[in-house]
Design a protein around this ligand. Structure first.
Ligand code: 2AM
Ligand code: CA
Ligand code: CA
Ligand code: CA
Length: 269
């Protein structure tokens, strides 16, 4: 069966728009906030509420499709066969709680392991990053150009400083040299938005030592459409079923940046 990806994308955008409204309205009220794996890993009632809203809509409209989400929706789905929705209801929960700014809803639709649709909604800026495989990536409906060449001295790298400050990396000459040779680094606290920024040229690279499929599944679809190179630190394709390190770069930069992060073990805190 061949799907009408444009129609599915439009339906998904409508749901994400409604979910975005729920998030904006929730900012006026006090939130129930809990911690997950560690004291810096937050989750709110809105993470659950938005994920449920999206999965209930998908279930009703597309009962055959599978779903994977950060909070509750099937994490151990085992394979990417068939059509799979990969959802992060709020990417940047810490920003959502502390800053009420710089958070996103990230939704990807994958068929047999191939990313077909990517939607990243930068909620407070009302900025839409959308892509359908083979049909280009868009920001607010305007087509994004293909990635051009930039060298490291002119490059801005998206990077979370907390990773560099970990005990194991405090003397890491390789990572320090990479940062020093770049023009500058930025840290937005939301992987989905950082991937979208890499797709639209606001970042020349984005590097993360550990992310999950819901953080990057939609971003991968966008980045592929503009010719940005995305691998893990071993130069392999990031998995859509398991956590991964992530190195995004313009084609002119990828090899050089890979040499700095190659074989760095992201999962080793
Ligand atoms: P999240 O907000 O959906 O949890 C910065 O924290 C970025 O890393 C965010 O995109 C965040 O996604 C992601 N992230 C992934 N794993 C995380 C973890 N264990 N704790 C905090 N943030 C995590
Ligand atoms: Ca989280
Ligand atoms: Ca996330
Ligand atoms: Ca999340």
């Amino acid at each position: 069966m061949s799907e009408n990806w444009k129609e599915i994308k439009d339906i998904a955008v409508k749901w994400v728009e409604d979910a975005g409204k729920m998030l904006k309205e929730s900012l006026h009220n006090s939130l129930d906030i809990k911690t997950k794996s560690n004291p810096n890993d937050l989750v709110t009632e809105m993470d659950y509420k938005v994920e449920r809203f999206l999965t209930e809509n998908i279930e009703k409209r597309f009962p055959q499709h599978k779903m994977m989400g950060e909070e509750e929706a099937g994490k151990n789905i085992g394979s990417t066969d068939g059509i799979l929705w990969i959802i992060d209801p709020i990417d940047g929960t810490t920003n959502f709680v502390h800053q009420k700014y710089n958070f996103a809803i990230s939704v990807a639709v994958v068929k047999d392991g191939v990313g077909k649709i990517g939607i990243i909604y930068n909620v407070m800026q009302d900025e839409w990053f959308t892509a359908i495989e083979g049909e280009g990536a868009y920001i607010n409906g305007i087509r994004l150009p293909m990635a051009t060449s930039v060298d490291l001295p002119e490059a801005i790298i998206g990077l979370n400083g907390r990773w560099l400050a970990r005990e194991k990396r405090i003397d890491d000459k390789s990572l320090h040299e990479m940062v020093r040779k770049s023009r500058s680094v930025r840290s937005y606290g939301t992987a989905a938005i950082e991937l979208a920024f890499a797709a639209c040229g606001r970042l020349d690279s984005y590097i993360s030592f550990r992310l999950s499929p819901w953080d990057y599944a939609a971003g991968l679809v966008l980045l592929k459409e503009v010719g940005m190179v995305v691998t893990d630190f071993q130069n392999k394709q990031p998995s859509l079923l398991e956590q991964s390190t992530i190195l995004v770069a313009r084609p002119s930069l990828h090899e050089e940046l890979l040499s700095y992060v190659y074989n760095h073990n992201g999962f080793n805190h």
